[in-house]
Design a protein. Structure first.
Length: 277
């Protein structure tokens, strides 16, 4: 047995798992999306998807893009303070606190936000109790705002963890030199530190983008009414109508959105590799 054959045998179990649990289901979904009841080729399922759920597609991309922008802002702020902050106790407390949402499932995050953001929820109780608003002015935030808040609360720690690790691995010489010359921390962060870790930030945001596209529990629990996210539409087509064809078409549209995020990352990675060469 030569070395090449031995290598193929070693990776064969992994390839089999990928084929059975990814390639075959994806192939069946693609086939179902483009096949009519008679077994012929059709685009009717995509036409029906766009006819019924165009608003939800726009809503989904908008919500996920807005969440990514806010996640980036929160992650940069926390990771920047952990890297450049001057109060060890505050940094230790922040380092311990910001990671907690990482260990909380999305379904629990959805329920937490329902409890916190409802009209009679904890947030309005605090605002009314503090005299900041009148009871009659209390509003429910169980709409697009609740979905964005849940996504940011859940995914910002993940991006922060990646970003803080990348910042901690940087050569501190340039940072110390800039601080010795009197540069403020915000200028050091955006002028020296962040340009060196933007690739890591992009990776975290792309992974978060794909993750948020696939989450069902949060929009289902916070805002199941139209407009809502495409994952809710997929679940509705299957559970209510048994319409797997349109559900498969919606999944492929969602996959297209996710592929766009992957393309942005790969384009950045290729450009960085060319610069390094």
């Amino acid at each position: 047995m030569n070395q090449r054959t031995a290598g193929l045998l070693l990776i064969a179990p992994a390839l089999a798992v990928i084929a059975v649990f990814f390639i075959v289901p994806l192939g069946l979904s693609v086939h179902g999306a483009f096949t009519d009841k008679a077994g012929g080729f059709t685009l009717a399922h995509f036409e029906k998807s766009f006819e019924l759920y165009t608003n939800d597609m726009v809503f989904t991309v908008t919500i996920v893009a807005l969440s990514c922008a806010l996640i980036a802002a929160v992650a940069i702020a926390i990771a920047g303070y952990l890297t450049l902050g001057e109060h060890p106790r505050t940094k230790a407390a922040l380092r311990w606190l910001y990671r907690w949402p990482l260990f909380i499932p999305f379904v629990v995050a959805g329920q937490v936000m329902r409890t916190f953001l409802a009209k009679n929820g904890m947030l309005n109780h605090v605002l009314v109790g503090g005299g900041l608003i009148e009871p009659i002015a209390a509003q429910s935030m169980l709409d697009w705002r609740g979905i964005v808040i849940a996504f940011v609360w859940k995914q910002a720690p993940f991006v922060t963890l990646l970003l803080a690790g990348a910042m901690a691995s940087l050569d501190a010489t340039h940072v110390e030199a800039a601080r010795n010359l009197g540069a403020p921390r915000w200028r050091v962060l955006f002028g020296i530190v962040l340009p060196q870790v933007r690739g890591t930030l992009l990776v975290g945001l792309v992974l978060s983008f794909v993750t948020m596209l696939s989450v069902l529990s949060v929009p289902l629990m916070i805002n199941p009414n139209s407009p809502t996210m495409m994952t809710v539409d997929v679940a509705y087509r299957i559970s209510t109508h048994g319409d797997y064809a349109v559900a498969n078409a919606l999944c492929l549209v969602s996959l297209l959105f996710a592929s766009l995020g992957a393309w942005i990352y790969l384009r950045h990675a290729v450009a960085k590799a060319e610069q390094g060469a």
